[in-house]
Design a binder for this molecule. Structure first.
Ligand SMILES: [Zn+2]
Length: 340
């Protein structure tokens, strides 16, 4: 018992860099419950226990509908400026307690706004508000990544891109922390060229590019994302293990895969991390949507220690790779490199 506790403690205290955590996919269940009472949200549940069963994905699910229900329940809580600021603060707080010293949080304005009257400006303003409050309280470095969901309309995604870029260059307090741009949601049946002009606009404005690819789709989707979007990071990308040439390309071009073992297991993706690591592909560890999966980031380190035999050396390599690939300004990462 004591040994188990101290191992957890060691992993918790390890200073970490986390680049892939969705603030709009990771709302504390207690917060969803409180916000539902406060705002009269109809979550279709009668008790907190029922909400836990509905909103937390602890094992792979057969039905796509039950997975979508989880996301919809999380999304409904992001319903006002104050709620979004609070959820941002809590995400940073949770990461801090996981030992995270540099966090890049991502969010999709169009996903948060759907079905509500809240605007992209209110959403981005609320996230900056929550971020600045936590950064004032703790020595944690935070960056923000804007996401376009692939399945949304061209108008929604064009508006989100324009608003993310305008906020980044607008000079509001904390706005320079908006540092990255991402595409997410299902790749299947989607024309990848459709969003390429928006990715180029984001790059031209100085945003770093990361793309969700190759989680449930094959290695060819990762190669295609590299060809079309030229990202320096890929969200998941674990199906790259199917193609040795692609793994060599990722290693040679120093493209980082942002891997999340529990998330990949829940979405029935392959456990690829050890093979990718051994092939020299830059990889880092992330929680993706911790409250949705009922985990924390320390849990992902424990999985790697227990299942893959990873220890301090591997964790150090992965955190260094994450820091090197952060989209935050070099003076921020240099300061942290000394500390780590
Ligand atoms: Zn993700």
């Amino acid at each position: 018992m004591f040994a188990a506790m101290s191992a957890d403690d060691i992993l918790r205290k390890l200073p970490k860099v986390e680049l892939h955590r969705h603030l709009d996919g990771s709302v504390r269940i207690s917060t969803i419950w409180e916000l539902a009472q406060e705002h009269g949200l109809d979550l279709g549940v009668r008790s907190f226990e029922e909400l836990q069963r509905k909103a937390v994905l602890r094992t792979p699910r057969e039905s796509l509908q039950s997975v979508l229900d989880c996301f919809a329940t999380q999304q409904s809580a992001l319903c006002s400026f104050e709620a979004i600021s609070r959820i941002t603060r809590e995400n940073i707080e949770d990461a801090w307690h996981d030992g995270v010293r540099l966090l890049e949080l991502r969010f999709a304005p169009a996903f948060i706004a759907r079905g509500k009257t809240i605007t992209n400006d209110e959403i981005i303003g609320a996230i900056l508000d929550g971020m600045l409050k936590r950064m004032a309280a703790w020595p944690v470095e935070v960056g923000l990544i804007g996401i376009l969901p692939r399945g949304y309309t061209a108008e929604e995604n064009a508006a989100a891109t324009r608003d993310i870029i305008r906020w980044r260059s607008g000079g509001a307090p904390g706005a320079s922390r908006i540092c990255g741009f991402d595409l997410a949601d299902s790749e299947a049946g989607f024309d990848p060229r459709a969003l390429a002009p928006l990715v180029e606009e984001a790059r031209a404005s100085g945003l770093g590019i990361t793309i969700h690819a190759g989680e449930n789709t094959d290695a060819a989707h990762v190669a295609r994302a590299l060809d079309i979007y030229r990202p320096s990071r890929i969200g998941h990308g674990i199906r790259s293990i199917e193609d040795p040439n692609l793994m060599r390309r990722l290693a040679d071009q120093d493209v980082l895969l942002e891997v999340s073992p529990t998330s990949n297991w829940i979405t029935n993706a392959v456990p690829a991390l050890p093979a990718l690591y051994r092939a020299g592909v830059p990889v880092c560890l992330n929680s993706d949507d911790p409250n949705l999966f009922g985990i924390d980031l320390v849990n992902e380190y424990e999985v790697c220690a227990r299942e893959y035999g990873f220890g301090e050396a591997e964790f150090s390599v992965m955190n260094s790779a994450a820091l090197r690939h952060s989209f935050l300004r070099p003076e921020v990462t240099a300061r942290l490199a000394k500390e780590l």
